[in-house]
Design a protein around this ligand. Structure first.
Ligand code: TPP
Ligand code: SF4
Ligand code: MG
Length: 281
């Protein structure tokens, strides 16, 4: 017997323990709605998270969840999708998790085009550990680890994602939940690796990158932006005057799963292992 899905189908009884006003609330609600929009069955859905305040996401979603090791949400999620391609797989984590310790995994999942969605909740700080500089802390932001101001240039995640040729690249802001719902929905529907970078301010430990900052600087990409144009997508990503939001880049190409199935079919000409081994003799 199937019961009708509602937003409540995706919520657990746990109330998020994020600080009042944390940006992550603004990402969680549109995420519930996007799962509903796409009709995802909670029993067929897994959320894998890293360590950080953002890593608590799975606790608040009535899906399967895996709260793993710092920086390893993405490879774990990719492995799950390879083993069980029928599942809807999400990876969720922060800027420290996904751009610091775990940043090296992204290009390789991009090359494989694993069909999963990665939500990166960026507050430009290590929130859970109470306020150290992160790979996206802008100059000259001060923090507990940089009391005189940060001295390393920040990464530009969007430019990186486009350079890595991730097959779906979008950016949103947790202060604009309606757009975020739409971006998550498109990311879920995209066949391949979808990266949604979310500006999600930490109201407790980052008083320098705030909702006000983004309210002033974010702007939706023009409606006529051609998401198939990678050069144009990169131009928008590198624009220093505006923080553009929307779908920057999208390309349909085979997923690793489709390529594996293709190899299985071609290798299937062997009746059994001995026949396969004979091929090498
Ligand atoms: C291997 C390892 N190194 C360091 C830590 C300590 N640690 C826990 S969370 C975190 C950073 C959290 O920042 P971010 O990923 O941006 O998540 P946020 O809390 O801001 O959502 C760090 C360094 C850890 N848990 N494991
Ligand atoms: S410390 Fe920052 S990121 Fe963590 S829950 Fe509080 S406001 Fe959110
Ligand atoms: Mg963070």
């Amino acid at each position: 017997m199937s019961t009708e899905l509602t937003v409540a189908s995706y919520k657990t009884d746990l109330k998020p323990i994020w600080c009042p006003g944390c940006g992550d609330y603004g990402a969680l609600n549109p995420f519930y709605q996007a799962m509903l929009d796409c009709g995802l069955q909670p029993k067929d859905t897994v959320i894998v998270s890293g360590i950080g305040c953002s890593g608590r996401f799975p606790y608040f979603c009535n899906t399967y969840g895996f709260h793993g090791v710092h920086g390893r949400a993405l490879p774990t999620a990719a492995g799950m999708k390879m083993a069980s391609p029928h599942l809807n797989i999400f990876a969720v984590g922060g800027d420290g998790d996904g751009l610091g310790i775990g940043g090296g995994h992204i290009p390789h999942v991009a090359r494989k085009n694993v069909d999963l969605v990665y939500l990166l909740l960026d507050n430009s700080i290590y929130g859970l550990t109470k306020g150290q500089s992160s790979p996206t802390s802008p100059l000259p932001m001060s923090s507990k680890t940089a009391p005189y101001g940060y001295i390393e240039d920040p990464l530009d995640p969007l430019a990186m994602y486009i350079a890595y040729n991730i097959s779906f690249v979008a950016r949103g802001f947790s202060g604009k939940p309606k757009q975020l719902r739409e971006l998550f929905t498109q990311a879920i529907r995209h066949k391949g690796f979808s990266m949604v970078h979310v500006f999600s301010p930490c109201v407790t430990f980052n008083k320098q990158v705030t909702f006000k900052t983004f309210n002033e600087l974010v702007k939706e990409l023009p409606e006529d932006h051609d998401a198939g144009n990678r050069i144009k997508a990169m131009e928008y990503a590198l624009d220093r005057s505006t923080l553009w939001t929307g779908v920057f880049y999208r390309e349909e190409r085979p997923t690793i799963h489709e390529r594996v199935v293709d190899i299985q079919n071609r290798a299937g000409r062997f009746k059994d292992l001995n026949e396969l081994l004979d091929d090498f003799r």
